[in-house]
Design a protein around this ligand. Structure first.
Ligand SMILES: C[S@@+](CC[C@H](N)C(=O)[O-])C[C@H]1O[C@@H](n2cnc3c(N)ncnc32)[C@H](O)[C@@H]1O
Length: 206
């Protein structure tokens, strides 16, 4: 999907991904001492705002102007002091090159691109980590298509945690966690179903 298609999707509905941070981002980052964070594909800013509220200085990047405008406004309304710690950047991640070695944390949540493009973005994300910094990648797992619910239906943009490790095999990063995780999803009718996510967390050598 290009930025125009994402703008249309965001314009059609408020808080497409909800207002709370993604559960895996919250779980993995809760114990990390706040510093400088980079949120790639930040969307409506749920993770960026949560990070800033915990004291992180956040650079949040997305190519949807509709999402970023909503994120800016929501952050200013809900948490004006935290909002001052967020820099919103409109950019296409296929072109965007983050400052190297500048972040203690890089989050990439639910960015689904064809493999070669995903690798390009993830390698730049890895290069943006300062010594000892951590990269957290989460997204709909390849198994979600047949065993889970929701998410993109094109297998070419799904991935596994092992795919992320393979993408970054040449980078000076140590895996901390690489796994498939299950997330309950409320249904309009009937009991909740489980979505299957890929979670990869890696650390740059100190
Ligand atoms: C499923 S949303 C996830 C948003 C956010 N990470 C979250 O978890 O709430 C994917 C986001 O990726 C953004 N995106 C997709 N391709 C992109 C690209 N090439 N450059 C920048 N942003 C992109 C979309 O605009 C969208 O906001």
């Amino acid at each position: 999907m290009d930025s125009g298609a994402w703008d249309e999707r965001y314009a059609a509905k408020d808080l497409v991904w909800g207002g709370e941070p993604n559960r895996w981002v919250a779980r993995e980052v809760a114990e990390i001492t706040p510093g400088r964070a980079l949120d790639l594909a930040a969307g409506e800013g749920r993770n960026a705002l949560w990070l800033a509220d915990r004291g992180w200085r956040v650079t949040a990047v997305d190519f949807s102007e509709v999402a970023l405008e909503r994120a800016r406004r929501r952050a200013a309304e809900l948490a004006p002091r935290a909002a001052e710690r967020i820099r919103w950047v409109r950019a296409d991640l296929l072109e965007y090159v983050p400052d190297p070695a500048a972040y203690e944390l890089v989050v990439v949540a639910y960015l689904h691109l064809p493999g070669a493009e995903r690798r390009r973005v993830l390698r730049r994300a890895a290069a943006a980590l300062a010594a000892g910094g951590e990269l957290l990648v989460v997204g709909h797992d390849s198994a979600n298509l047949t065993e889970g619910t929701g998410g993109p239906q094109d297998p070419g943009v799904l991935f596994t945690a092992q795919d992320v490790l393979a993408d970054l095999a040449d980078e000076p990063l140590e895996p901390v966690r690489a796994e498939r995780v299950h997330r309950p999803v409320a249904q309009e009718a009937g009991p909740p179903k489980e979505a299957i996510d890929a979670l990869a967390r890696l650390r740059r050598a100190p």
